[in-house]
Design a protein. Structure first.
Length: 487
């Protein structure tokens, strides 16, 4: 392993400089030392979890997800701080009675001495490996190359799981070393099906409402600005997707006989879809909201490189690049069922189905955005084409109230652990379960952190974790927990 990841000197120097007595060990310094000392074990534990192919998709063996849940429960028991550690399942919402979600892990310890309770969330299931030929290392064989640990789930989100475990271990060690007591309440919820729809998530929250109740919720499943700069994720777009079937004819007909007088469904679909965007490529659907907030600089060259725009192609949208990604809606046609070119006989298509995927700006519900889009499509159906809508999916956006004390404390802990202040970042993608957490626990302050960085490639071949980011993420969380325990 590259020793560059073990650079704790910043924090240790910082605490030495600010201590009145230069020989005394500050609580922060003890935690930094415990995190540093525990890092090799954390990397080894993470490697053991990566070896379990806990893919939560239906075509994969669920026994591995169960094995992974048991392994996570063992890690949590090993911290020695919990009153209870259980592997539990809940009924999947909208599924037949008795169909349970994948096993999750729930660990709790009650707060003492009036201290707050913190709920730590991550997920232990992973995406399928995808095309194994695309991997340079084996997906379920953790492999360190340079500063990075490769493997499916090495970042998303088994590193989130282990960052919680390692932060708790460091906290317990530092508290014991100082001869004081751990009074902070903790709940840990490690989900087993985040990568496949979180179908039992809401029921799990309801079933375990008392055990999960907390003053602060830390969701470690997001990313960082870069490997040297942390993010506190404060905005996430919502999502809404559905299939649209456009019908114009009762059956297919010869395009020479009837083309030019009978409207085919492809023509109607193309004309209809073209009303969704203006000439800049911005969404042009009335009733879709945008969120108004400033964004950090992100130049066009970076966008071109990251999204691989080919030469001569211009970006779409208006406003700052990040406002387009974080705070404005977008609509993408992600699939189309129509005759393939191999079957392109000279006929007028009677029916075309498209999958529409929309990102919803913070401040609008997914249902509201869906209604606006459906109304727009109905109002613009050309030639009286018949429209049918089906296979809806959705999840609400999320916006953090950044005025809470927990946000301030988290930002300070990140600044101290990384040596640089965090970016308050938005995410163009969606984590729908966060809106569920806010709904079930409206009093809790939510902090969305993470272990990913721009090179992580979560969900793709060659997923990897930057080990320096891992260390700093553990340290940030351990410092925050330590200060809440002491405060
Ligand atoms: Zn994840």
């Amino acid at each position: 392993m590259n020793t560059a990841i073990l650079g704790f000197s910043y924090l240790i120097k910082l605490s030495r400089m600010t201590d009145a007595d230069p020989s005394a060990t500050s609580p922060d310094q003890s935690i930094a030392e415990a995190v540093a000392g525990g890092l090799p074990a954390a990397v080894a534990d993470l490697g053991d979890l990566v070896r379990i192919p806990s893919v939560s998709w239906p075509a994969f063996d669920p026994a591995f997800v169960a094995q992974s849940a048991d392994a996570v429960a063992e890690l949590l028991r090993g911290t020695g701080v919990f009153d209870s550690v259980e592997v539990k399942r809940a009924q999947k919402a909208g599924f037949p009675e008795g169909e349970l979600g994948h096993p999750a892990v729930l660990a709790t310890r009650a707060a003492r001495g009036g201290k707050p309770t913190v709920l730590l969330y991550a997920h232990h299931d992973v995406q399928p490996p995808g095309d194994e030929a695309g991997w340079q290392t084996k997906p379920f064989e953790p492999t360190v190359v340079g500063d990075r640990l490769y493997g499916r789930g090495a970042a998303d989100d088994k590193a989130g799981v282990v960052s919680h475990v390692a932060a708790i271990r460091a906290l317990a060690e530092a508290v014991a070393g100082a001869g004081s007591e751990l009074e902070l309440g903790l709940a840990v919820f490690i989900e087993g099906e985040e990568e496949h729809g979180s179908h039992s998530f809401v029921n799990f929250l309801e079933d375990n409402r008392d055990a999960l109740a907390a003053d602060v919720i830390i969701v470690a499943d997001s990313d960082n600005w870069d490997t040297e700069t942390p993010n506190l994720t404060v905005a996430l777009r919502g999502a809404c997707a559905f299939n649209l079937t456009v019908s114009t004819l009762g059956h297919a007909s010869h395009s020479g006989m009837w083309g030019g007088a009978a409207p085919d469904a492809m023509l109607a679909t193309i004309k209809l879809l073209s009303t969704l965007w203006d000439e800049n490529g911005s969404v042009a659907v009335p009733g879709l909201a945008s969120h108004d907030a400033g964004t950090p600089d992100f130049d066009e060259a970076e966008l071109r490189a990251s999204a691989a725009l080919i030469d001569g192609v211009s970006p779409i949208g208006t406003g700052s690049v990040l406002s387009r990604l974080w705070f404005q809606p977008s609509i993408t046609v992600t699939g189309i069922d129509a005759p393939s070119i191999a079957n392109a006989s000279n006929t007028l298509s009677p029916q075309v189905t498209v999958r529409l995927s929309m990102r919803v700006a913070p401040g609008q519900t997914s249902d509201d955005a869906r209604d606006a889009l459906v109304a727009h499509l109905r109002a613009n159906a050309p030639f009286g084409a018949r429209l049918e809508f089906h296979d809806f999916e959705g999840g609400d956006p999320f916006l953090v109230d950044t005025r809470g004390w927990a946000v301030a404390a988290a930002k300070q802990a990140m600044a101290d652990a990384w040596g640089t202040a965090p970016v308050e970042a938005g995410i163009g993608g969606s984590i729908p379960f966060i809106a569920d957490l806010v709904r079930v626990f409206p009093e809790a302050q939510i902090l969305v952190t993470g272990v990913e960085d721009p090179d992580t490639r979560a969900h793709s071949p060659n997923e990897s974790l930057h080990l320096g980011v891992f260390k700093r993420a553990i340290l940030s969380e351990a410092l925050l927990l330590g200060r809440l325990n002491a405060g």
